[in-house]
Design a protein around this ligand. Structure first.
Ligand code: SAM
Length: 283
């Protein structure tokens, strides 16, 4: 059997008894034209290992293999999906490697060879957590060259948000500090089975070779989290305790202590976190 001759996904779901489970965020994509379109947002896959989280019945997995991925490493927690994925593996001459378990606990790196792209229709309940982990590795550049991910539209908007908007927050700063995120296209609930309540969007995030501005990533993350934790407060209040003299530190980098987190640009957050670093060293 070749990839093109695999049965339609509805048939696969019926044969293997894959009734979608809400608790696992199972909203499946059954249209192979659509999964092909998503896979193509990741660019050329030949010569790349692809990490996929949550292959489910394998619609996107098939597309990634058909688009020429050297190898797909797919982590799936629902063991009911394994026989369907094994059929895809057999049709793809061993280019599919399935890891059975929780993507938050399994380390796929021993199974991947660079260069790597990540492509996934993420389970909503672990999507943001995985994204934050991929954006905050201990070394940069990260193991991935790009992330092509499906999110709820509201999360996609938070990833690409600019200062001054309601969606701007920690996710925007972390995503834009040393990567370049774009929304590729939106998908209506009807694209999925069963349809979720909200519109979804595919986001493509390309890793930059180096950060846009100098900052110590862990400290930047801490400052941004603190600032947005109380986003309606002035920075002098929301950042109280980050360093004893936060008002003076803000003034030193020419940020008015009365401003609110959502008005600060990425460059200003980086400047501020560098100033906090220096103040902590001196203190
Ligand atoms: N990729 C398939 C598609 O596009 O039709 C399924 C996408 S569905 C939104 C999310 C998938 O992630 C489900 O197959 C679900 O079982 C799986 N999943 C949920 N939580 C997971 C976890 N912690 N680790 C790995 N897979 C998970």
């Amino acid at each position: 059997m070749s990839l093109e001759n695999l049965p339609p996904l509805r048939e696969v779901i019926a044969t293997h008894g894959l009734a979608p489970r809400k608790s696992l965020g199972q909203n499946f994509l059954l249209d192979l034209n659509l999964t092909g379109k998503i896979a193509r947002q990741a660019g050329d896959l030949s010569g790349y290992d692809v990490l996929e989280i949550g292959p489910g019945p394998g619609g996107l997995t098939r597309a990634l293999l058909a688009e020429g991925a050297r190898k797909v490493v797919a982590i799936e927690t629902d063991t009911r999906c394994l026989p369907a994925l094994a059929e895809i593996g057999a049709a793809a001459n061993g280019r599919l490697h399935v890891l059975s378990g929780d993507a938050l606990k399994l380390d796929p790196l021993p199974h991947l060879q660079g260069p790597v792209k990540v492509v996934a229709n993420l389970p909503y309940n672990v999507g943001t957590e995985l994204l934050v982990r991929w954006l905050t590795p201990s070394t940069w550049p990260p193991f991935w060259e790009s992330l092509t991910l499906m999110f709820q539209r509201e999360v996609a908007e938070r990833i690409v948000a600019k200062p001054g908007s309601k969606a701007y927050g920690r996710l925007a700063v972390l995503s834009q500090f040393r990567a370049d995120p774009n929304i590729c296209f939106e998908l209506s609930p009807q694209a999925f089975s069963p349809p979720p309540k909200v519109t979804s969007a595919v986001v493509h995030i390309k890793a930059l070779a180096a950060p846009r501005f100098q900052a110590e990533p862990k400290l930047l993350s801490e400052v941004v989290a603190r600032a947005f934790n109380q986003r309606r407060k002035m920075l002098r209040a929301s950042l109280k305790g980050v360093v004893p003299e936060i008002q003076a530190v803000l003034e030193n980098v020419e940020i008015d202590p009365q401003r609110r987190a959502e008005t600060l640009s990425l460059e200003e957050f980086c400047k501020l976190s560098e100033a906090v670093r220096v103040a902590r060293r001196q203190g």
